[in-house]
Design a protein around this ligand. Structure first.
Ligand SMILES: [Zn+2]
Length: 371
């Protein structure tokens, strides 16, 4: 929490051209985007780099501080679900990489001075990762409630004729938020987790059709994201419009091969591969394919893990727009593709969350047991 405050109070980077110094905090950068009329982008950057880290840290403190003096925290269930919600949207590590890429780009334009906040963001990234690794929900729940790990949410139903042991066949469902294993009745509807109150279901409802809808929307937006300019630069030497690919090409020709490769992988390759991989998983699951369930599960895990790194370019653009504001000399504005690109990242993240990997096994499992 201390590091979050420091990271947001102090400037991240300062840039000087001919004695004119521009420096910005993260909040200041978001404000510049907002004032330029790029409010969807401003909202996305604000949510993933300021709001969600605060929500995650504050909800952990809310739960852990009372427990450390042996008191039960208020509204544990609601606060825990808030913590769970914030997790995938806290992108401090991606922000750090974005800041580094922006620094390299800016170093070509003017002299750059690294601010206190960059270091404190680095420390925040490590501390957040360590905190998330040390946080043990099971331990928390066993102290907050004296419940067993399996609780009745209704009448048990008859096990399905298949011999394979899956929770669903025994009328058990795992809560997505708190991990509680609960019994659910055969035709129960609108059930909620007895421990944390999250809605409870055997499988994510309408998983396949919702994943398809999100994937189609992402595919449509992937086109303007790559064709339209992400950045408009106007300087003494004229105006220039940059697409994602021309940004990569610029990094490549200016000698920053490693960064060019990182930006290309994060902004071009990952979103496309993610859409293709999810489409393959959704299609094969819909066709009830029994082939390669292990490999398909691994693909899903990889897709879920790498998706967040596509936000990289959004953060690079945010920093460039905030810092390159030298009225008569040069200014950079975010282009329409930046919004489309941000939407692609968010939509594919939602698509990966909506796809239920257990469906892969539902088709494969029964067969394993019979053969
Ligand atoms: Zn729960």
């Amino acid at each position: 929490m201390v590091l979050i405050v420091i990271s947001n109070l102090y400037p991240i980077v300062g840039l000087s051209i001919n004695g004119t110094v521009v420096q910005t905090t993260l909040g200041g950068a978001v404000r510049v985007l907002y004032l330029d009329g790029m409010w969807p982008l401003a909202g996305l950057v604000f949510a993933t780099t300021i709001l969600m880290p605060v929500v995650q840290t504050a909800s952990m403190l809310w739960i852990l501080l009372p427990l450390s003096v042996n008191r039960i925290p208020w509204h544990t269930a609601m606060v825990f679900r808030l913590y769970h919600l914030a997790g995938p949207w806290t992108m401090t590590e991606v922000l750090i990489l974005g800041l580094l890429v922006a620094l390299v780009k800016l170093a070509h334009i003017a002299s750059v001075a690294v601010g206190v906040a960059l270091w404190s963001f680095g420390a925040l990234m490590l501390v957040l990762a360590a905190a998330a690794a040390a946080f043990e929900p099971r331990d928390l729940w066993s102290r907050v409630t004296a419940e067993r790990d399996t609780v009745d949410a209704g009448q048990a139903r008859e096990p399905a004729p298949c011999d394979a042991v899956t929770a669903a066949q025994h009328g058990l469902a795992l809560c997505h938020d708190c991990g509680l294993l609960a019994r659910v009745p055969a035709h129960g509807q609108n059930l909620s987790c007895p421990r944390c109150g999250a809605s409870l279901h055997m499988r994510t409802p309408n998983s396949l059709s919702r994943t398809w809808a999100l994937l189609i929307a992402a595919t449509v937006l992937y086109i303007p994201a790559n064709v339209l300019p992400v950045m408009n630069t106007s300087s003494l030497f004229g105006a220039q419009k940059d697409t994602i690919m021309s940004g990569v090409a610029y990094l490549w020709t200016s000698g920053s091969w490693l960064l060019a490769a990182i930006v290309f992988i994060a902004s071009v390759a990952v979103p496309m591969l993610k859409i293709l991989a999810l489409a393959y998983l959704t299609a094969s699951t819909q066709l009830q394919s029994k082939r390669l369930p292990e490999q398909r599960t691994r693909i899903y895990r990889a897709v879920e893990f790498v998706g967040r790194w596509s936000m990289l370019d959004i953060y690079v653009i945010t920093m460039l727009v905030a810092l390159v504001q030298f009225k008569s000399l040069a200014t950079i504005e975010a282009g329409p593709a930046a919004i489309a690109f941000g939407a692609v990242v968010v939509l594919t993240m939602f698509a990966a969350m909506t796809f239920d990997p257990r469906l892969i096994w539902d088709a494969a499992e029964c067969d394993h047991a019979r053969s």
